[in-house]
Write a protein of this length. Sequence first.
Lengths: 164, 122
Amino acid sequence: MLNTGTLKVTTPSDREVMMVRVFDAPRAMVFDAFTKCELLKRWFGPRGWSLAVCEGDFKVGGSWRFVLRGPDGQEMGMRGAIREMVRPERLVHAESFDDYPGESLVTTTFAEERGKTTITVLVRYESKQVRDAVVASGMEHGAAETYDRLAEYLDTSPATHTRA
Amino acid sequence: MPLDHLDATFAALADPTRRAILARLASGDASVMELAKPFAMSQPAISKHLKVLEHAGLISRGRDAQRRPCRLEPQPLADASSWLDHYREVWERNFRRLDLLLEEMKSEERKKARPTKRRTKR
């Protein structure tokens, strides 16, 4: 089943997050979009943030640096070190944020079938601290409304009663 | 802070039986015996899973000495889900932009492949 556009996010373990997504394009193209600055700048960045600086050397042993710029001009730096790179199949890089300690290892695989590409991104956090830092920044950056929606949803489930 | 809980939450959620137990408890309290039934597992095996869930704060046990009914505690789940929801939301937006970029790249490639024939697709 190659349903493009549906993003699956799971947590295979307490230090990992896995994403699976299908794109309607050959994998060489998708791979380029992940490894070329002029293309990365067109799509990468959380809500309201854009990739203001992208520079580096996308090859094994090479590294890159991103600066993300937020809606109020605030900046967030990221660094990456390429550990494995097999175009257009596989990319493994270590990633870290300037403002947070530690790093995560990101393994991205690109599988093509009938002209469509399934990417699998496995993010493995080095430690609980790093994962928590990501969690904390996620919460800061406006997860509040999602949180409220969820709380509402759980409140309406039939399991409401007094504390034992 | 809820963050301290996340490790235990994710570890507890990593097991399919425990996820099934939580799904069952979402529709109401149940005793160990009631929980053991649909899983074809012994009560001690279920009790072990319940201990993990209780440690993670995902369930609580009633005081009724006979039944000690299990109840879903929604807060840690909400914390974990809100984080994942946020993660998903950020990447969904990224990937939708990437979809558009890839469409553009494909049409560029088609133009290059057929420079004389002008295809106006719409």
